[in-house]
Ligand binder design. Structure first.
Ligand SMILES: C[S@@+](CC[C@H](N)C(=O)[O-])C[C@H]1O[C@@H](n2cnc3c(N)ncnc32)[C@H](O)[C@@H]1O
Length: 238
């Protein structure tokens, strides 16, 4: 597998350097990940639909974590266009790293948050398969991400990014017998049902335990269409 590394640096009026970093992998099967074919507009129209209400709820969960943890460094897995980043306190947080497989989501994220005081590092890669060299951080957000990756491999990687004091927020979707992808009339999103898997809560907890991660608290958020989001705050086991 060959890797091409491109870097774009921007110096801002405050003198901080922000960087967009794209690891572009020559995957054998370019269509292997359906997320790469989703436009940011379609994604947001679907996720913000009043019946779906997932962007809004995920944004609130992220806000709560950022306010409670007050992290100096943040890593967001599957960051899309930076949903919730508006709640990061620029006077506290120094680095924000966002990872996503869809480069157009990251471009939008950079447009929205590239001028903030913190150093914004956006990495376009397949977190499950690629070797994304990420430094340890205070807060890892993993919201509606596990549904699309191999959980065991992902937890091994997440664990390597955590320090004893780091907080990991995991959010999963509970369908309650509804379709995984709700009907909003946005056709491109429907294809994702083929690669999404509902996470079994008992299995999740057992994977976490095996990885040496303890759930400190959990909360359930009811959504208008009958689904729930379950948010877990976790730390490395003592
Ligand atoms: C449902 S969205 C996440 C929502 C977001 N975390 C929030 O709080 O609003 C899932 C995201 O994960 C990204 N993604 C899916 N599989 C991935 C992978 N293997 N590596 C990196 N990003 C991935 C998708 O492109 C998408 O942006």
């Amino acid at each position: 597998m060959t890797t091409r590394l491109r870097r774009r640096r921007k110096r801002t009026s405050s003198g901080a350097i922000r960087m967009i970093e794209n690891n572009v992998y020559n995957r054998k099967d370019k269509s292997a990940n359906l997320w790469e074919g989703i436009s940011c507009d379609d994604y947001n129209r679907h996720m913000k639909d009043p019946a779906v209400f997932q962007s809004q709820t995920l944004g609130e969960i992220f806000k709560k974590c950022a306010q409670e943890i007050q992290p100096k460094s943040v890593l967001v897995l599957g960051c899309t266009d930076g949903n919730g980043f508006e709640h990061i306190d620029e006077n506290i947080t120094r680095t924000v790293t966002g990872i996503d497989i869809n480069k157009s989501f990251l471009d939008k994220c950079f447009d929205r948050f590239g001028k903030k005081k913190y150093a914004l590092k956006l990495v376009c890669c397949d977190f499950e398969k690629d070797d994304c060299k990420i430094e340890t951080v205070d807060f890892v957000s993993c919201a509606l991400f596990l549904e699309y990756v191999d959980i065991e491999k992902t937890f091994d990687k997440i664990k390597s990014i955590m320090k004893p004091t780091s907080v990991l927020n995991i959010v999963i979707q509970r369908n309650n017998d509804n379709e995984f992808v709700s009907e909003t009339g946005i056709k491109s999103l429907e294809s994702l049902a083929a690669i999404a898997a509902e996470i079994n809560q008992a299995k999740l907890c057992s994977y976490l335990e095996k990885s040496g991660i303890t759930v400190e608290s959990s909360e359930i958020y009811n959504l208008p269409n009958g689904k729930d989001l379950i948010s877990y705050c976790c730390q490395v086991s003592a």
